[in-house]
Design a protein around this ligand. Structure first.
Ligand code: 5AD
Ligand code: SF4
Length: 487
């Protein structure tokens, strides 16, 4: 766990006989101290440690938020449980597509049953889904056993809500429409000891017409470069070798700051940190991925040879209605420039199929881009109507059966082009970060190449977290089997 020592000091110094301070982060430190007392008392009464579990849905941002939530729960004295049958259960939700919402409601229903058999169990729901009023109303009405609901902007106040929720019986609900500040310094528990994400911006200003993110994550805010660099240095000192810089549109990093620091500048600075061996970033928007960033990747061996560049559609007509602010040819030019400038780079993408008004001619254009760029991998999504977004009000919504049919066309093209792209690397020796024991065969370790592809090598758990030299012996479509030839 990365414990921020200054914050821990504030927790230890908190005077619980006086009222909670008004200033942050001292206020949260005070509530964390109070939560610790309650958890300790209950653990003693129960004769065992209290347990917690955080279930995460959605993107890397949510994964990072969950690390913060777990960090706070552990710091309060909870131990992580292996299942949802835990004393404090959190659902960190996603609302980007409707099926994500439905999954959460299904899981919540089952959690309600668990609660009947576990005295004192608390259930919290947070994240993007609860930024939407209708979802909160649904929980209040049909899932009354939920104890705490909080949104994306006030995550830093989790210690305060945790303590309130442990002390009271009713439902604690606090959702904000916007963020009032970026609070640094709360504890985080990393999922992997050797790699970590770091937020560089929060929110999004792009308002793509299908997307709910700008409404639930709010306007774009950049963290100060010194805060990001300090965090990366702390992570490196704590054994992290790979950092992923996270933002909805990393290209616009720094534009809202009063000092001059572009995303390319930030990338270059992070690479200078001793101990950091690999730097990734997610996600650049094709409308403004600058030559500076391409150059920074090209010139800096530490930056991963992987660019995730969401296409969404290859049709100019649909791109315009999506408010993406680039054309098909501009996208192709950019992707081909990236391939020319950065040898061995892999380019992956996101595609939405079935956007309002979309027809087979538009799908032809999308497939044309897929073929001309030759994506290494593509995540294809069926358009999901999100209430409150401009696309939801467009009159020409596509029937489900049509969406499915067009989706299958795109999927076939994606599979056809992506398959075999990896094979060009067979026989090469490349650096790979050993991440975990292979889930299917424990005699193998799964490692990740700079271009984000996986390679399975014979080995043992002592290799995990190490950067290995691996020969790529055999390509199996999207991944390899290999042999370690050095460290
Ligand atoms: N329907 C389907 N897919 C969506 N995405 C975002 N909003 C929607 C939606 N309403 C996809 C985009 C984005 C990815 C994270 O999710 O492709 O890049
Ligand atoms: Fe959504 Fe577009 Fe912002 Fe990405 S850039 S989060 S798709 S609005």
């Amino acid at each position: 766990m990365t414990v921020n020592e200054t914050f821990e000091q504030l927790v230890l110094e908190a005077d619980l006989n006086s009222p909670a301070p008004e200033v942050e982060p001292a206020r949260q430190a005070w509530f964390l101290a109070r939560a610790r007392e309650i958890v300790q008392r209950r653990s003693q009464a129960a004769g065992r440690k209290l347990t917690c579990r955080v279930e995460t849905f959605g993107c890397q941002m949510n994964a990072r938020d969950s690390e913060k939530i777990i960090g706070i729960l552990r710091s309060a004295g909870f131990e992580e449980a292996a299942s949802e049958d835990a004393d404090f259960l959190v659902y960190n939700t996603c609302t980007v597509r409707d099926n994500a919402d439905q999954r959460v409601f299904g899981r919540l229903g089952r959690a309600g049953h668990l609660k009947k058999n576990r005295e004192g169990m608390k259930i919290a729901v947070c994240g993007c889904m609860v930024q939407e009023k209708t979802n909160v109303e649904k929980i209040q009405k049909s899932y009354r056993f939920v104890d705490l609901i909080f949104g994306t902007h006030n995550l830093y106040r989790f210690p305060e809500y945790l303590s309130a929720c442990l002390e009271s019986e009713g439902m604690v609900i606090e959702i904000w429409d916007r963020a009032d500040r970026i609070v640094e310094a709360l504890p985080t528990a990393r999922k992997y000891p050797f790699k970590s994400g770091t937020n560089i911006t929060f929110g999004c200003n792009n308002f793509c017409s299908y997307c709910i993110v700008p409404y639930v994550r709010g306007r774009e805010r950049s963290r100060q470069p010194v805060e990001i660099l300090r965090e990366c240095e702390r992570l490196a000192a704590d054994g992290v070798v790979e950092i992923m810089l996270l933002g909805q549109n990393v290209n616009s990093y720094g534009k809202d700051l009063d000092i001059s620091c572009t995303f390319a500048d930030l990338l270059t600075e992070v690479c200078k940190i001793e101990g950091i061996r690999r730097v990734r970033f997610m996600t650049p928007h094709p409308k403004d991925l600058s030559d500076d960033v391409i150059r920074a990747v090209r010139d800096n061996e530490k930056i991963a040879r992987h660019i995730h560049l969401p296409l969404q559609s290859g049709s100019d007509r649909i791109l315009k209605r999506m408010n993406r602010r680039y054309t098909k040819e501009q996208y192709i030019d950019l992707a081909l420039k990236i391939r020319r400038e950065i040898p061995d780079v892999s380019i992956t993408t996101d595609i939405i199929v079935g956007f309002p008004g979309e027809n087979d001619d538009d799908i032809d254009d999308t497939i044309d881009v897929v073929r001309r760029v030759g994506f290494d991998n593509a995540f294809t999504f069926i358009y999901s109507k999100r209430a409150g977004t401009p696309a939801a009000k467009m009159p020409d919504q596509v029937p489900e059966a049509e969406k499915n049919r067009m989706f299958n066309r795109v999927l076939a093209a994606v599979q056809e082009t992506a398959h075999g792209r990896a094979d060009r690397l067979t026989g090469r020796i490349m650096e790979a970060l050993a991440e975990e024991v292979n889930v299917k065969d424990s005699r193998y370790i799964t490692a990740r190449l700079s271009n984000n592809m996986l390679v399975h090598v014979p080995g043992d758990p002592s290799m995990i977290g190490k950067m290995l030299q691996v020969r790529l012996d055999e390509c199996r479509g999207f991944y390899f089997f290999g042999t370690v030839v050095g460290e």
